[in-house]
Structures are given as C-alpha cells and as structure tokens.
Design a protein around this ligand. Structure first.
Ligand SMILES: Nc1ncnc2c1ncn2[C@@H]1O[C@H](COP(=O)(O)OP(=O)(O)O)[C@@H](O)[C@H]1O
Ligand SMILES: [Mg+2]
Length: 262
C-alpha cells in the first residue's frame, strides 16, 4: 500500500447534498489532520449531520469528493466506508436497549467477523475462538472507560445511565479499530458534569489510540474550546469559518450565526 503523501487523513472537497429543493450542504470543503480532534459547529439545520451522512455513505453526495488516507471514497456504501476505517456514532442513540453491553458492541464488529454464518455453523471451534477473541477485545475496550462496566458486559444496556450508554456507543464504534471517529452530538441529553466526564474519555481515547482522528459535532462552546485542535463552522450548509477555537469564537459571522439562531 502506498503511504499517504499528506498529513491529512480526511479531505472533503466541494461536497454538496440537496434534498429536493433544499441545499443541506453547499460545496463544503474541509480536511482533518492525523491525530487531531476537529469540532464541527453550526446552528440547527446547518448541515452538520448531513456532512457525516455524505462521508459515511448513508446518502450519496450530490457533488464533490471525499478522500480518506489518500483514497477516493466518494459515494461508497456505508459498509465499505466502515471497512476503510471510518466509524461513527449517531445523534439519536442506536443502542438496542434489551440487548447486553457485549451484544451491542459486537454489532459494531460485524466487519471483522470475516467468516459467514454457514462457515461458523460448520466450524464450531473456529466460531468459538472468534467469539472468545471478540469477548476479550470488547472487555479490554470497555475497561479503558470503566473497570466496573467491564465486569457487567452481559447486562442489558437499558439498565445503564445515559453516560454509560454513550460510552458503550463509542466502544461500539471503536471495536472496528477505525482511524477516523465521527461523533454526532455525543453530549446530547447529558448533564454538564456527565458531559465533562465524557469529554475526558474522548481525550483519553485520542491519547491512547495512536493516530486516531476525531470529528465531533458539539454545541457547548466550553467543550469545544477544551477538546478541539481545529474547528469548522457551518451555516445554511456553507462553511463560514475555520481555525482554532479562539479564532472562530472571535469571528463576527460566527457570532451572528449563533445569535441569529437563538
Ligand atoms: N433525509 C433528509 N431529507 C430531507 N431533508 C433533510 C434530510 N436530512 C437533512 N435534511 C435537511 O438538511 C438540512 C441540514 O440538516 P442536518 O444536516 O440534519 O443539520 P444539523 O445536523 O446541522 O442540525 C436541514 O434543512 C434538514 O431539514
Ligand atoms: Mg444534526
């Protein structure tokens, strides 16, 4: 494999998405450097989630290109984007509450279970080995967030408080060993203290996983200031500002966009 020639892990160029007459994303260009945490900001309806959906193949973009580690991944299916190394969490929780922590995390691991069901039925020992490896991986991952949680892998997710559920969602994304993690409003519905804890976790994860890059959609300015290296601000589907937090926070157009949205 040829090594990427730039420091950018993700390069989005002139990405557009229209729904009927609505331009949700308008020639959006941004890039993410390896190892950075990038904050994606903007009022409600400004196209933040749409940009994640266009990158991860949920909606094919109407125009533009997406390059990941130097390869063109524009318009690939969600499965292919995921296999390429991009994992995400969703704005609304996608956990299956009656299922256990373990089951929920393994749903995120389907890309690494290489052998099909039929093979596994025929080869129980191989299946068992794969299961045990999955259990060890899941347990090790959960333990990095919380040792108490790692001992409760077979309890239903529905019994857990919101912050633990969010941690499980992040574990589910990380079990595929992505090089880019997209987090869509991970702090939604949490208290200020829970948000602070979760952001500490996210900083930890970045510190622990060599080369992992993260894009986080987040509204709370204090959070953005504390955890991001770079920020990008969207308004009506267009990028209106980018740079370190101090730069975007001082920008009059950004301030207008936020005040106008309130
Ligand atoms: N599946 C869809 N069908 C039609 N319009 C959509 C769809 N998804 C998003 N939109 C529209 O695109 C715009 C951007 O939405 P979204 O990306 O969800 O904003 P954000 O995440 O910044 O709040 C909004 O006007 C929204 O109504
Ligand atoms: Mg959104």
């Amino acid at each position: 494999m040829t090594r990427p020639t730039t420091d950018a892990v993700l390069e989005i160029d002139a990405l557009s998405k229209t729904f009927g007459g609505v331009t949700a994303l308008d020639a959006f260009t941004m890039s993410v450097r390896r190892g950075d945490i990038v904050g994606l900001l903007g009022p409600n309806g400004s196209g933040k989630t749409t940009s994640f959906n266009a990158v991860t193949g949920i909606f094919p973009p109407s125009g533009g290109t997406v390059r990941f580690d130097g390869a063109d991944i524009t318009g690939l299916s969600p499965q292919k984007v995921y296999a390429a190394g991009i994992a995400r969490t969703f704005q609304r929780s996608r956990l299956c509450l009656p299922l256990s922590i373990f089951d929920n995390i393994m749903i995120g691991n389907h890309g690494r279970l290489t052998k099909g069901l039929w093979f596994n039925l025929m080869r129980r020992r191989a299946f068992r080995r794969e299961f045990e490896q999955g259990y060890e991986d899941a347990r090790a991952l959960v333990r990095t967030f919380s040792t108490a949680l790692a001992d409760r892998l077979f309890e239903p997710v529905g019994a857990l408080p919101m912050i633990e559920r969010r941690r499980i969602e992040i574990c589910r994304a990380l079990i595929s060993r992505p090089r880019l993690l997209l987090l869509d409003e991970p702090s939604a519905g949490m208290t200020h203290d829970e948000t602070t804890q979760l952001m500490d976790d996210i900083l930890d994860v970045r510190g622990r996983i060599e080369g992992l890059s993260i894009i986080i959609i987040e509204h709370e300015m204090g959070v953005i200031e504390r955890i991001t290296d770079q920020c990008v601000v969207l308004n009506y589907g267009r990028k209106i500002c980018e740079g370190p937090y101090a730069h975007i926070a001082a920008d009059p157009e950004v301030q207008r966009a936020y005040l106008g949205a309130e």
